[in-house]
Design a protein around this ligand. Structure first.
Ligand code: MN
Ligand code: MN
Length: 466
């Protein structure tokens, strides 16, 4: 009966059943099947985020996931045939998932770019010191953080230490239930009177974000030396090895459902491992795409996309060149590469801020994004917007697939943000910024909507399939 009705409705009012700009809850528009699928998808997402807490560990987890789905490392003699699946890793910190399309590369690539680094604390090059009976780590921060949010929070230490003998020691401490954690302590309300007039941004200052890492002294009374000895034993490192280490302090929290109805997910690192994970999953879901697809998951966005693993590096262009050579052999030249780039369509995928129920005034509500209202087309202005014809093309994909969507423009002179789109559009590709909204973005524990996540997954698949 339902199918019969839909048939007549479509015949009489073709526009009626299409998704429109969402003024309705995404949950209300979703079928029972979609709801079920959204909940199941969120379980897999949470399991991934629980492990993938830094770019290094995200790449490791992606390799495992992609390997299971038939992706193989890209080599200089990899066969180029439609449907072939490859991954390519740039220096352990950036990963691309590639699915070869039916059309030639010169007709363009469908690329989704996301970033896999998130705001966090990092260790300085000479981190260990002692003060008032505690061993502590000196830290600095990566990305825009509200510093007070990082105190009284169980922190895990994750990363790598590279030694002069060429070996790498991997560090992961604090994520397992029995592990110790590191903590930046706060002042008790009994004694904080001299600090109460500090502004919100300075509740804790940058140099006050040092976690406690030890408290038991050696026979001569040095806690610091005792800890260094412990680290030597456990990891086989010397003090100087910290100079060639990348160690991050991240929340030792596992992702959890939020609310009696479990409609939301709270987790560390959803900016932007949410879009990155979903892009990767879309790569894995799309078999035999018409155009070659690339999920480009990149490091260092939160600090300005610098160095050779950030979006501002030449790596992606080099990768496209390598792909072109696999397809064309040595006939491939710079002009061909420029043709590939000019015909390439890019979704620069990143989360954005949703309307906060207690502080709606920081947004301009008629143009703000809302959790549970679908995929966000970002229209941030200031010369960053895609051309309107490309935006129309993306809207058509969403509407044809009945994917609810909304737009987001920040309140003028109040909000703002940018991501990797500008680096990609510099290569003369068409770039559109999209994503879904979060609450508590850049905090140790941000919040997303399961149904938006599902809509984004459907949108990315539709983009890769068209
Ligand atoms: Mn981001
Ligand atoms: Mn961010």
């Amino acid at each position: 009966m339902k199918a019969f009705l839909r048939f007549w409705m479509l015949l009489l009012f073709p526009g009626l059943l299409q998704a429109q700009l969402s003024t309705e809850f995404n949950w209300k528009l979703a079928s029972d099947k979609d709801r079920e699928a959204a909940f199941a998808f969120a379980e897999e997402y949470k399991a991934f985020l629980a492990r993938a807490k830094t770019e290094l560990f995200t790449v490791k987890e992606m390799v495992k996931l992609a390997g299971k789905r038939g992706f193989r490392p890209l080599k200089n003699n990899s066969p180029w045939r439609p449907g072939a699946k490859y991954y390519d890793i740039n220096r352990d910190r950036t990963i691309c998932l590639i699915v070869v399309g039916k059309n030639s590369l010169k007709s363009g690539v469908r690329l989704i770019g996301g970033h896999i680094d998130s705001p966090r604390l990092e260790l300085k090059a000479r981190p260990l010191y002692q003060r008032y009976g505690f061993a502590l780590f000196q830290t600095l921060y990566h990305g825009g953080i509200k510093k007070y949010q990082w105190s009284n929070l169980p922190l895990a230490l994750m990363g790598r230490i590279d030694k002069t003998d060429g070996t790498t020691v991997w560090v992961e401490l604090g994520n397992q239930p029995g592990d110790p954690v590191l903590i930046v302590p706060d002042l008790a309300p009994h004694v904080d009177r001299p600090y109460r007039s500090r502004s919100q941004r300075d509740v804790l200052k940058g140099e006050e974000l040092d976690p406690i890492v030890g408290s038991i002294p050696d026979s001569k009374g040095s806690v610091e030396k005792q800890i260094m000895q412990l680290l030597e034993k456990r990891y086989g490192i010397r003090r100087a090895d910290f100079i060639s280490a990348e160690l991050a302090l991240v929340p030792a929290l596992a992702p959890r459902d939020v609310g009696f109805d479990r409609g939301l997910v709270a987790a560390y690192g959803q900016d932007d491992r949410l879009c990155s994970y979903i892009a990767a999953r879309a790569s894995m879901a799309v078999e035999h795409p018409p155009y070659t697809t690339i999920s480009f998951l990149v490091d260092n966005e939160e600090s300005g996309s610098n160095n050779n693993t950030g979006a501002n590096s030449d790596y992606l262009r080099g990768l496209m060149g390598r792909l072109l050579q696999l397809e064309m052999g040595n006939r491939a030249n710079e002009l061909h590469l420029r043709e590939v780039l000019a015909n390439t369509l890019v979704l620069s995928a990143d989360v954005t801020t949703g309307i906060h129920p207690m502080f709606p005034g920081v947004q301009e509500p008629s143009n703000a994004a809302r959790l549970g209202y679908g995929v966000v087309i970002k229209r941030y202005g200031r010369g960053n917007d895609p051309n309107s014809e490309f935006t129309a093309r993306f809207r058509r994909i969403l509407e044809e697939n009945r994917i609810p969507y909304q737009s987001h423009t920040y309140k003028v002179d109040v909000g703002g943000g940018g991501t990797i789109g500008n680096f990609l559009s510099r290569e003369n590709m068409e770039v559109l910024d999209c994503g879904i909204p979060l609450l508590s973005m850049h905090s140790p524990y941000s919040i997303s909507s399961k149904i938006d996540m599902w809509s984004l997954y459907r949108a990315f698949q539709a983009f890769y399939r068209q």
